[in-house]
Design a protein around this ligand. Structure first.
Ligand code: NAD
Ligand code: GDD
Length: 335
């Protein structure tokens, strides 16, 4: 009988980590989750769950002990553009500690493969100044000018993964996510990203009412549904590719376009009120999937319409459960 692969998912109390644990369990892996918190919206499917602060090296040693074969390192102090631009020092310090300690603890415990979750925030700001931005190829991270704080930390940890491979022969994988959305993700409290924030605002608005948009709405992004993200993670872990790799959708859309799609799902006509004083990040960002296709022979395939429908319905249900939406405002009443 072949040995069951033992996997550690850090950040398993968070959005992507929780979905990944569910998928790995469905595929027959033995899974340990680790996070400072348990998942918010449903119980973890993990075989074991360590509630630990992974800034602490001893906790990283404990989490990687016991014959762990693969580590998906998803733990991070992170959020949408409002959150990551508010405190550069704290976010950088927290993530440097988690990543440096997780890498070394994994090596000491003879983990076979370590996957680091990087971000499209590593890309050079000067290449993202226009809404009709060219899709970003992996080499567009250099000459370096990433997002202050969070982006620099991600870029440096990418390098650290490559050094561990060069100097110790330690097998690392590096993925650059482009804005991931889906159910069971943060939709309020300050860490939410645009799809969830806008879904919440639309759900809470009365048909014919007004919602606030950060910026002028003409900035662009691409958005990846979480099931595609999890599929890409598992494929990358299984592959031999060790250089940084984009994992994102390559359909560019304006934030106004995103708002219109979500309003359409909710069957509401809403007035957009633009707040130019709010954080906006880069003017345009898209994923070039050439290398992803060459490497994994696959790319994200769930359409924005399909993914947003599921995400919107989940957020609306959460708000209804909390008695925050008058029945007359909801998509079911409108439909
Ligand atoms: P998330 O915030 O939902 O999950 C991150 C988890 O890390 C949280 O549950 C948090 O409690 C945990 N964590 C934070 N500090 C910790 C600590 N000191 N010890 C232990 N756990 C700690 O975020 P997510 O969207 O699931 O992101 C997962 C990973 O993907 C992160 O590394 C993030 O930077 C990266 N990423 C995500 C996106 C995205 O669009 N969601 C984009 C780019 C990169
Ligand atoms: N969060 C949020 N909330 N953004 C809004 C809102 C709102 O209510 N209204 C409009 N926006 C605009 C923002 O101003 C920004 O221009 C755009 O929507 C996208 O915002 P976010 O989703 O918060 O972040 P991002 O795409 O700039 O960066 C995110 O993605 C990176 C990976 O692609 C962040 O989550 C990063 O942490 C992540 O690494």
């Amino acid at each position: 009988m072949t040995k069951q692969t033992r996997v550690l998912v850090t950040g398993a109390g968070g959005f992507i980590g929780h979905h990944l644990v569910k998928r790995l369990k469905a595929e027959g892996y033995w899974v340990r989750g680790a996070d400072v918190k348990l998942p918010e919206y449903e119980a973890s499917a993990a075989d074991e769950f360590d509630v630990v602060d992974l800034r602490d090296y001893d906790k990283c040693l404990g989490a990687t002990a016991g014959g762990i074969d693969q580590v998906y390192n998803l733990a991070a102090d992170m959020g949408g553009i409002g959150y990551i631009t508010a405190s550069h020092a704290e976010i950088s310090r927290n993530n440097i500690l988690i990543n440096a300690h997780m890498l070394e603890a994994s090596r000491q415990n003879r983990v076979s493969r370590f996957l680091f979750s990087s971000s499209a925030c590593v890309y050079a700001g000067y290449k993202q100044t226009s809404p009709d931005v060219s899709p970003l190829r992996e080499e567009d991270a250099y000459p370096a000018a990433p997002e202050p704080g969070y982006g620099w930390e991600k870029l440096f940890t990418e390098e650290l993964c490559l050094y561990y491979r060069q100097d110790y022969g330690f097998e690392t994988r590096i993925v650059r996510f482009h804005n991931v959305y889906g159910p069971l993700g943060t939709y309020e409290g300050g860490k939410e990203k645009a799809p969830a924030a806008i879904a919440r605002k639309v759900a809470l608005a009365e048909d014919g009412g007004e919602i606030e948009i950060w910026g002028d709405g003409e900035q662009t992004r691409s958005f990846m549904y979480v099931d595609d993200c999890v599929e890409g993670l598992i494929r990358l872990m299984a592959s031999d590719y060790h250089q940084p790799l984009n994992l994102g959708n390559d359909r560019l859309i304006t934030i106004n376009g995103l708002v219109d799609l979500i309003s359409g799902i909710a069957v509401k006509k809403l007035v957009k009120r633009y707040d130019l004083s709010k954080p906006q990040g880069v003017r345009g960002r898209n994923s070039d999937n050439t290398r992803l296709l060459q490497t994994l022979h696959w790319e994200p395939r769930i359409s924005l319409e399909e993914g947003l429908e599921i995400t919107y319905q989940w957020i609306e249900q959460e708000l209804k459960k909390a008695n925050r939406i008058p029945l007359a405002y909801s998509s079911q009443a409108a439909g």
